[in-house]
Design a binder for this molecule. Structure first.
Ligand code: SAM
Length: 344
């Protein structure tokens, strides 16, 4: 038995379990939320194999059930219970892997709340499964049921040349912005000629690793950090594709890290899982403020309507806007001496 109490099942967990009916082992659980599915399975006598892209979700699952890769979780699985990711690319990538590696008789029960589902997810599943049907709704959630796997060449991760940056980018289906250059990322990258002299840098929330790679190309010693495996692996692949050295770590922000760093760049998150939520961003800024070397700088790009300017001034120090376009701002915050209160 696990030591974790396990949360109350939410509507998606209830629906997936109801649709699964009699569970045939091995059972894989993908992208569980708060360990809810895993604990319900344990109560039914199963020992789930769990894979979560987000390290925060993984940490809510007892260690013995975790698998180090999606491949290892689904290989030979006869039942797959899956919280659908937000991006269709991720649905495609997972579906391709399940179809290639699971037992040929596998049943996939995949679901989410209605507001996060789209028809293109059915289409993405139908590329890799002969039969795909939708359940009736349950408390604003719905499940897609897939069986009869069709093995095909995996189409992820994908590599694309970003001509404006003279850089190859590699992304998984779930990586932020995929292989595309996000507008905010482009605006921040366009400011890099104005960066201060620095030896060490962190790309906080690295996604596909575009910013980390551009910093490494400028000769900085770069660490790239992200909560998502789909981001850290993409960053490793992007760095390798461009012959650049980037140290990559899958972790939740910078908590517990204490080596001072000269420069932090970030295009910070505005989602937690499927929900829009900027509150964790304030904590990321505070963590950045704690590990910057004296005089160190945080460069940030964000959507202009977000309340980040006062947060940056409060948690890091004097902050000014260095670039803007129709939607985004790039800010530069400087850490003043630690014992003096931040000024504007
Ligand atoms: C807006 S995206 C930016 C990605 C990339 N830097 C770019 O510009 O294309 C934000 C990234 O932050 C990551 N993230 C979210 N919360 C995080 C946290 N607590 N610690 C580290 N990374 C986080 C997300 O997984 C996502 O890849």
């Amino acid at each position: 038995m696990s030591d974790f109490p396990g949360p109350r099942p939410d509507p998606v967990t209830e629906l997936l379990l109801a649709q699964a009916g009699e569970l045939v082992a091995p059972v894989a659980v993908l992208d569980d939320v708060a360990g809810a599915l895993s604990h319900q399975l344990e109560a039914r006598g199963q020992q789930p194999r769990v894979w979560c892209d987000d390290v925060r979700a993984e940490q809510q699952v007892p260690t013995a059930w975790r698998r180090p890769s999606l491949q290892q979780a689904v290989t030979g699985a006869r039942t797959v219970l899956w919280r659908l990711p937000r991006s269709v690319g991720a649905v495609q990538e997972y579906a391709e892997l399940i179809a290639a590696l699971a037992d040929p008789g596998v049943r996939v029960i995949a679901g989410e709340r209605d507001k996060h589902l789209s028809r293109s997810m059915n289409t993405a599943l139908a590329r890799s499964f002969g039969t795909v049907t939708a359940s009736l709704g349950h408390r604003k959630a719905r499940a897609l049921l897939a069986s009869e796997p069709i093995r095909r060449e995996p189409s992820w991760p994908r590599r694309v040349r970003l001509e404006p940056l003279d850089l190859d980018v590699v992304a998984h289906g779930a990586t932020f912005s995929g292989t595309r250059l996000d507008r905010g990322t482009a605006l921040l990258a366009g400011c890099f000629d104005a960066l201060p002299d620095a030896g060490t840098a962190i790309d906080l929330g690295c996604g596909s690793g575009i910013l980390a790679a551009l910093l490494a190309r400028r000769g900085l010693r770069v660490q790239a950090v992200d909560v998502a495996w789909s981001a850290t692996d993409a960053t490793r692949l992007t760095a390798a594709a461009n012959d650049l050295a980037v140290d990559v770590e899958r972790r939740n922000g910078l908590a517990g890290r204490d080596a001072p760093v000269d420069l932090i760049v970030t295009n910070p998150p505005f989602h937690v899982g499927a929900a829009k939520d900027t509150t964790p961003t304030r904590e990321l800024f505070a963590q950045a403020g704690r590990i910057l070397a004296p005089g160190g700088e945080l460069w940030c790009v964000y959507n202009a309507h977000l309340p980040y300017l006062p947060w940056l001034r409060e948690t890091v120090g004097p902050t000014r806007i260095v670039a803007r376009d129709r939607g985004y701002l790039v800010t530069r915050s400087v850490l003043t001496a630690r014992d003096s209160p931040p000024t504007r």
